[in-house]
Design a protein around this ligand. Sequence first.
Ligand code: GDP
Length: 361
Amino acid sequence: SDTDADTTTDADALRTPIVAVLGHVDHGKTTLLDRIRGSAVQEGEAGAITQHIGATAVPLETVSEMAGALVDPDDFDLPGLLFIDTPGHHSFSTLRARGGALADIAVLVVDVNDGFQPQTEEAIDILRRTGTPFVVAANKVDTTPGWNPQEGEPIQRSLEAQSDRAESRLNENLYELIGDLSDEGFSADFYWRVQDFQGNIGIVPLSAMTGEGVPDLLTVLMGLSQRFLKSEMSIDVAGPGRGTVLEVKEERGFGATLDAVLYDGVIRTGDTIVVGGQYDPIVTEVRALLQPRPNAEMRTEKRFEKVPEVAAAAGVKIAAPDLDEAMAGAPVRVVRDQTEEEVVAEVREELAEIEVETAED
Ligand code: GDP
């Protein structure tokens, strides 16, 4: 409409990079995500992190509060980090965007004692294939014999509190990890020794359990994003929303809904959207956009609140008619600057690409 055109002119903004967490089973992906959510809630004022549908937003101010001296917020203009809540490379490889990965950056979690395992290698292959920048979280440092845990501290502070013996035990494991990465063709080092993050993988020793090293991880992710992703983070905040379906879910009172991550533009109630379906793209109209209501009772209908619009990057639940045949992993697009037919054709093309790749797997 005309009003839309008026608001699109000066609207370039930087969006939040989308972060995925990958790694072998039991190496600590879920615990790490919980820790990031939990410690961000503790550090920040209420509402400092926002629970989205399928994702958690950690704003820059919260990263800098957690990271203390490690982060000077003036060095950054990206608004923070958006973590996809479903860890693992299955979700990583099915969640695509523009023919690439939905996630802009990844954390590869490796248990320091266990080292590289089959799913670690699979994850590495996928990260390599998609060209996704990543850091390695060398997790469970607290299980090093003789470890003296330093709850929530940056890793250097924690290392200062360790005996020489504990520190050298940890180092042995970390050097083994550097060796494993080198066998995979990646030059890697402790993140604080990495000068060129483009050619080298930074290793962040941490404990998802005690939180030591987690401030460092957030800092490194912000730094990497700022340096290497900034140009890709530029979005037209009033442009047509583009996203990827995480899940199709039946919700009482709404019927079939989409849980989606929006990576570009804005989506509004009443927008016409095109969604990838099992047979053909679905054209429908957004009835409601829903976000989790903080601290809501999980089994009532009141666990969501309606919002008039959502801007990238964000997770959102979309209620609209005719979504029963929508597909997880498929694109969702707002029809705004193009005709409906053009958008349908593009969604159909993207779906064909996804099918070819699934067939190749
Ligand atoms: P996922 O399968 O990769 O998501 O792994 P989980 O997060 O479920 O963790 C697997 C197990 O390792 C759980 O029992 C966790 O409590 C434990 N764990 C995860 N991170 C740490 C850590 O940093 N230190 C210790 N001691 N245990 C951890």
